[in-house]
Design a protein around this ligand. Structure first.
Ligand code: BGC
Length: 661
């Protein structure tokens, strides 16, 4: 007998469907247990196994130790799509090693509020950065034959009331801010699955949202894979038939609500949906199921390999963001530092543990804490002590951690503040030692009332199990930091666009209003001229970069043209290092309110000290488009546009005006 895994995939699905009874078909729409679907032994169809994995194979889906990579926001801070691709490949090999064929990631919800408990899992507040990283993570994962599952579709931007609330959001904000990464995942990376979110969107549960799942995802973007519900999200939907028609292919985890077997049988018997509709949905599901199955002859995976550990270390270092470095205190020069004080609750804290932070928790085989990483690197060249008063320099490790109410799934933060004792510790340390460095091991924006009093501040994010080594590499100058903030750090919460009124956040238990519309993150700070604590795109280096003059091929731009811009970037300092060159575009006289500037392209470039390189950016007219709220179409106004290029959204070095039309 041929198994369902041999021969042409569409033909195999077709023949499976021919042989299945209606009962068997209905049984495939809901899972069997937490991370497994049912199979059909009679037809040799093995169950499909899924695994959590925005930052490593999830503990609760594998019960095994796997490489804990840095979390999403750290990858966001790396601004490095190539690294994202390597990460995707490694992640998929780890998943394969535990028998999983679908990875529940990448997680690409926009960081709308600094308080979202899951900010640490997501990449950024910006749709362009989000899209570029998502596409490469997905390509990496799927290049190994494992399916990526981009999540959580859509407008899932807070944990408060997550099972009950509805995100009240305009079509324009959806198109311009919240959907682009999903669109890119489908159009550019051909993602094989999508997870429908817990929340409703404008009153309709995401799991039965036909305009989102069918009209936009399938019809418009061309999605051909399967949609799975977030875990237990289907509890809030109406009927099996409405979910099926909307485009939900699989309800997870087991037993089922709308897709409970007995319920589906009743609905089917009553004619609520047809066998043809059922087949259509199963076809989308089974195509990926068969293609990714371990039975299909994919090579075995690998987990916890030295290569993955090295990658985890490189990723951690690439995300570390140097926020402040007054007087060039960093990197520490051990020639002048013989006693180094290391203090603070995060200095020796292990955080790569089962379920720490929620579903993104990874149980790692080991974890190098910052203290261990420093000890390893300084060896006997420097004594590590705990009293800042007697040391040449002091490092304070602070941050939130993964308890609920901190950086964790299942709840949002109550404020943007650190625990008061941590603020007090920073002040006490700097009073004892002027050479104080604050390292934040944390996953979201924080208030730093002491920011001007401390010479050096480093954002290390949640850097994964090799994080301690990466932190030591950066602090001691083995690695020159190149991370840039993927999210604005406001001075106070009230400055943030989602926090001017309670209906915007957290909303009541039914609705949260996205009244700021498209003005999310830096788009809001620029519009109202608010000075953030640290702007979007900010991150310092131990070297300096000089931006040479901007050359534009033609300053008048016709609809089908590609606009080529080029500039010369020089590493004008003494150390090798990387720069993220950011290109923003803004309309001079827009026909409706638009952001001052929006990130439309970026390039991460590594240059040796003294080296120069010419960078080219090719822009299509899509860089000028906005989603017209009246015609519900993308439009481009004729007129002048300002292209700005620089080292952050507030450190723009080059500017040019181009006219379009
Ligand atoms: C999360 C998803 C996760 C799923 C399975 C849910 O609580 O929202 O991101 O993939 O659980 O663990």
């Amino acid at each position: 007998m041929t198994t369902p895994y041999e021969g042409d995939p569409d033909a195999r699905v077709q023949s499976l469907l021919r042989e299945m009874t209606v009962d068997e078909k209905l049984s495939l729409l809901a899972g069997k247990s937490l991370f497994r679907t049912k199979g059909i032994p009679r037809l040799a169809l093995a169950p499909m196994k899924l695994s959590d994995g925005p930052r490593g194979v999830g503990f609760h889906s594998s019960l095994r130790r796997c490489t804990a990579f840095p979390t999403g926001i750290a990858l966001g801070a790396s601004w490095d799509p190539e690294l994202a691709r390597e990460f995707g490949e490694a992640l998929a090999l780890e998943a394969r090693a535990v028998g999983a064929q679908v990875i529940l990631g990448p997680a690409v919800n926009i960081c709308r509020t600094p308080l979202n408990g899951r900010t640490f899992e997501y990449f950024t507040e910006d749709p362009e950065l989000n899209s570029r990283l998502a596409v490469e993570v997905i390509r990496g994962i799927q290049s190994t034959g494992v399916a990526a599952c981009v999540k959580h579709y859509a407008a899932n931007n807070q944990e408060t009331n997550r099972y009950r609330n509805s995100s009240q959001v305009s079509a324009r904000a959806l198109r311009e801010i919240y959907l682009p990464a999903f669109e890119a995942a489908v159009r550019e990376a051909d993602v094989w699955s999508v997870m429908a979110a817990y929340n409703a969107v404008n009153g309709v549960a995401a799991c039965e949202h036909k305009p989102l799942l069918h009209d936009i995802l399938r019809q418009e973007y061309g999605f051909s894979g399967f949609v799975v519900s977030d875990w237990f999200a289907v509890r809030r939907t109406g009927s099996g038939a409405s979910c099926l028609r909307a485009g939900l292919n699989l309800e997870m985890p087991g037993r089922g609500s709308s897709y409970r077997h007995s319920r589906l049988k009743r609905e089917f018997a009553a004619g609520a949906f047809s066998e043809a509709e059922l087949d259509g949905s199963l076809r989308q599901l089974l195509r990926i199921w068969l293609r990714t199955s371990p039975e299909a002859g994919h090579p075995a995976g690998r987990r916890n390999t030295p290569e993955h550990q090295q990658l985890a270390r490189r990723m951690a270092a690439a995300g570390i963001t140097l926020l402040r470095n007054k007087g060039g205190l960093l990197p520490l020069d051990l020639a002048g530092v013989t006693r180094l004080a290391v203090v603070g609750p995060r200095a020796d804290k292990r955080i790569c543990r089962p379920l720490y932070g929620g579903s993104a928790g990874v149980w790692s085989p080991y974890e190098i804490t910052p203290l261990q990483g420093l000890r390893e690197l300084v060896g006997d060249k420097c004594e590590i002590v705990s009293d800042p008063g007697t040391a040449d320099a002091a490092i304070v490790f602070i941050g939130l951690g993964h308890r609920i109410g901190g950086d964790s799934e299942g709840g949002d933060r109550k404020s943007m503040q650190l625990p008061p004792e941590q603020d007090a510790l920073v002040r006490k340390t700097v009073a004892q030692n002027a050479n104080t460095i604050v390292v934040l091991v944390s996953g979201s924006p924080l208030e730093m009332p002491w920011a001007d009093e401390v010479p050096a501040i480093v954002m290390a994010w949640y850097p994964g199990m090799e994080g301690g080594r990466a932190i030591a590499d950066v602090l001691l100058g083995r690695v020159n930091p190149g991370g840039k903030l993927p999210i604005t750090f406001p001075r106070t919460l009230a400055d943030s666009p989602a926090h001017s009124e309670p209906r915007r956040f957290p909303g009541d238990s039914r609705e949260v209003w996205y009244d700021e519309d498209i003005f999310v993150g830096y788009r809001h700070f620029d519009r109202y001229g608010i000075e953030p604590l640290f702007p979007f795109g900010h991150g310092l280096s131990y070297t300096t970069f000089t931006y040479g003059a901007l050359a534009i091929q033609n300053s008048s731009w016709k609809p089908d043209d590609v606009l080529r811009l080029s500039l010369q970037l020089t590493n004008s300092g003494e150390r090798d290092g990387s720069e993220v060159v950011q290109l923003y575009v803004g309309a001079r006289a827009p026909s409706l309110p638009r952001p001052e500037r929006e990130l439309r392209a970026f390039r991460k470039v590594f240059l040796r000290a003294g080296e120069s390189r010419t960078l080219e950016f090719d822009l299509t007219a899509r860089a000028l488009a906005y989603y017209c709220p009246e015609s519900l179409r993308w439009r481009i106004d004729e007129g002048d546009y300002i292209v700005s290029i620089g080292a952050s959204s507030r450190d723009l070095r080059l500017q040019a005006t181009v006219s379009y039309g």
